[in-house]
Design a protein around this ligand. Structure first.
Ligand code: ATP
Ligand code: MG
Length: 733
């Protein structure tokens, strides 16, 4: 019954879920935007306003799409298969697969991730004899992507100076190379999908009639091109439902445009956005801190956020000497939380820059705590996996030059740089792929001939076989595993390679569940229409590998501490959150400070970080940090000062420098001073005590020293409470 679905929603949420026509929900963190969006889909389907086929929903990550689909399956007794739920990239991929001919793409087009794209650009610049000191490949890449993301092809980019004119030439050449090779980069996915609908009236009308409801989460981070694509898809009839929070706009540097909110309201004739003001996620202390920080921004649409979840615990702040000590603090605190009964997976450690994770990972690893890094180096981006994928890509399409170059001499088989240069020249001259040129070479080079025979053998063997079996053929024939056996630290790589078979099995099983050739949300390629289903599944798997955002991890424990950048944490929530590296220059990041809206964007990022925490928040900074091999000395971040001091409890008081103990008698087991308070404990940990207001509880911890010393008691009804030891009246019982 619809009543069940809608139960528990507050009146504003209810209004949003059941809104007629297009609507914009503008609301702060944790106010239930994502929940409202998911519930709205279920409600639309359940009340038969639309069939699942008529729904398209855009989420920010593949993980979010998966979660949304599984929640929907739980809410509704329907098959979610027909729904288009995924990221912009995933959905565009799906569209392009279904209409590859209209989009001018080969049926089995491959997706280049950004490392592949950079390699392709380097190859191009080399072929054009370009001085790469003057035209750095990374800058060329950024130039191309920036323009594509703004919806511009090379022919439409305005260039006033010779330098830019050259860049535009490279852009055009690069696109020509991609077209020749049948590959598509990330930015191209979006632009192609947009052009496809724009140019093809029949297709456009087909989708406009099909999708009655289009829903977008995290709308504040959509770019102009993405918004234009959504509008094309929606046409004049469909209802567009967007939820967002201007205070969480953190992708302006990548072309996201908060202005889309105002444009959207104007385009759809929406007079007022729906506002949600109750936060269901966090305790008041956490929310107060987040509100205080974001209040420092001038450029805001302005929203209120309140909670009735109670005040909660103070925010804890720790100042470390250096990054190692900071990491040690995080590990100790997590151990303590675990002892209290918190699962590792309920804890997130956030940082501003990926490079910061190394010290924390090291400390967690040494302490033997399970952890998982999101959005760092993704499984599918690891070198060994990319090598194996390159063989798979050649099985799918031997004319894939990028894949060819990656493994033609890996493991080494005597194909030298000179041979490759000759091959490249022959291919360009003859207008053919490297593979064709190699075949035409007629075995002149032994190594090259061996490679061609190897790939042909793999292709023949894999014909008609399942995905996981194909992966096994690659692992067995490519000698990758033998190669890594000879490497000093190759063990982990071999483990990852074997994990690739598991990834393929999981992918195939998901696909079977959904009755499709592919299962990743949004990557459910209609490659199922390819003549050979095994081939189609291989292609879908390769697309999944390029688009997937790091959910697959070799040997990852189910219960593991979650490590990620603040950007990657958007939309998520955790019981306990550590925000580390709160130093000027790092967070806010120094690069941002020279940009016009830079500081405000950094502050929004801080707002996102703070609002991920449900119950407990730890903030830390280090006076000295080793980053990219260089020591840096950072002052405490201004964001720390923007949090009212009454909300924050410093953890440093009990760690005031104590004179080192005499060497002869001390055994500190690794040099760490015990963090036990020095005064005598009035109650043992684990002792039962009674409190005048909360009744009976169990002593579960101490912190601080002297007048700052605190005791923590776990009460069956109200949970954990901290008390100042000098004031609290606890009687043993
Ligand atoms: P963010 O801006 O961080 O993406 P959000 O606005 O999307 O946050 P949600 O993630 O949807 O917020 O919700 C935050 C938490 O509040 C979730 O755990 C959700 O289940 C819970 N929640 C939302 N609405 C209600 C409600 N009416 N009753 C109880 N819990 C709710
Ligand atoms: Mg959300």
């Amino acid at each position: 019954m619809p009543a069940d679905l809608l139960e528990g929603l507050n009146p504003d949420q209810l209004a949003a879920v059941t809104a007629e026509g297009s609507a914009l929900v503008l609301a702060g963190a944790g106010s239930g935007k994502t929940r409202v969006l998911t519930t709205r889909i279920a409600w639309l389907v359940q009340t038969a306003r639309v069939s699942p086929m008529g729904i398209l929903a855009v989420t920010f990550t593949n993980k979010a799409a998966k979660e949304m689909l599984s929640r929907l399956s739980a809410m509704l007794p329907i098959n979610t298969r027909g729904m288009w739920v995924g990221t912009f990239h995933g959905l565009c991929n799906r569209l392009l697969r279904a209409h590859h001919q209209d989009a001018g793409l080969p049926q089995l087009f491959q997706i280049l991730d950004s490392a592949d794209q950079l390699a392709a650009i380097k190859r191009l610049l080399k072929a054009l004899n370009v001085d790469t000191d003057k035209y750095e490949p990374r800058k060329v890449q950024a130039f191309i992507n920036m323009n594509k993301e703004a919806g511009l092809r090379a022919g439409r980019v305005e260039a006033w100076d010779p330098y830019t004119r050259r860049l535009v030439e490279f852009f055009a050449e690069y696109d020509a190379q991609c077209n020749r090779e049948g590959v598509v980069d990330f930015a191209e996915l979006l632009l192609r999908a947009y052009e496809l609908l724009e140019r093809n009236a029949l297709l456009r009308e087909h989708y406009q009639t099909r999708f009655r409801h289009i829903l977008v989460d995290e709308f504040q981070d959509t770019s102009k091109l993405q918004y234009a694509w959504l509008k094309l898809l929606a046409g004049p009839e469909a209802a567009l439902f967007a939820v967002g929070d201007d205070d969480q706009s953190i992708y302006a540097f990548r072309g996201a445009d908060v202005g889309n909110m105002a444009t959207f309201m104007r385009d759809m004739g929406i007079a007022e956005p729906i506002k949600l003001t109750q936060n269901y996620r966090s305790h008041a202390t956490i929310l107060d801190a987040a509100n205080a920080v974001i209040a420092q921004n001038a450029n805001r649409l302005g929203k209120d956020l309140w909670t009735d979840a109670g005040v909660g615990e103070p925010i804890r702040h720790y100042q470390a000497m250096d990054d190692r000590e900071e990491a040690g603090f995080v590990v100790e605190a997590i151990r303590e939380l675990y002892r209290e009964g918190l699962a590792y997976a309920d804890v997130a450690v956030l940082y501003r820059a990926n490079a910061q994770s190394r010290a924390i990972e090291h400390a967690l690893f040494t302490a033997g705590l399970p952890y998982r890094v999101y959005g760092g180096q993704r499984f599918f981006e690891r070198a060994e996996i990319k090598h194996a994928l390159a063989y798979l890509r050649l099985i799918a399409n031997p004319e894939d030059d990028n894949a060819f170059l990656r493994v033609v001499n890996f493991p080494a088989r005597g194909v030298g740089a000179r041979t490759l240069e000759g091959l490249d020249a022959a291919a360009r001259q003859g207008g053919m792929s490297l593979w064709q040129a190699a075949c035409a070479g007629g075995g002149k080079n032994k190594g090259l001939a061996g490679f061609v025979a190897l790939v042909e053998g793999m292709r023949a063997e894999a014909r008609g076989l399942g995905l996981a079996e194909t992966v096994e053929i690659v692992l067995a024939r490519s000698s990758l595993i033998e190669h890594y056996k000879t490497e000093k630290e190759g063990e982990g790589r071999i483990e990852n390679l074997n994990e690739l078979t598991n990834a393929a099995l999981a992918f195939a099983a998901d696909a079977d569940d959904q009755g499709l050739a592919a299962a990743a949300p949004g990557t459910t390629a209609s490659a199922a229409t390819a003549d050979d289903p095994a081939q189609a599944q291989l292609i879908a798997f390769l697309a999944h590998a390029a688009l997937e955002a790091g959910e697959h991890e070799a040997g990852a424990a189910a219960d593991a501490v979650q490590l990620m950048t603040v950007h990657a944490a958007k939309g998520l929530e955790f019981h306990t959150v550590f925000i580390t590296g709160l130093e000027e220059g790092l967070f806010p990041h120094e690069n941002a400070l020279t940009e016009p809206d830079g500081l405000e964007e950094e502050r929004r990022l801080m707002y996102v970080a703070l609002t991920r925490a449900r119950r407990r928040l730890f903030l830390s900074h280090a006076q000295q940090r080793l980053l990219h091999g260089q020591p840096r000395y950072g002052l405490a971040s201004r964001f720390l000062e923007e949090i009212p001091t009454a909300l924050v409890h410093s953890l440093n008081l009990h760690r005031r420098p104590t004179p080192p103990p005499p060497r002869s008698t001390a055994d500190w087991g690794g040099g760490k001073a015990p963090s036990q308070p020095s005064r005598e404990l009035p109650h043992k940990i684990g002792a039962r005590v009674s409190h005048p207001r909360y009744g009976e509880g169990v002593v579960s911890g101490y912190q601080g020293q002297g007048a700052e010393a605190e005791i923590r008691v776990a009460f069956p009804k109200v949970g954990d409470k901290w008390f100042i030891l000098d004031y609290v009246k606890l009687t043993p019982c």
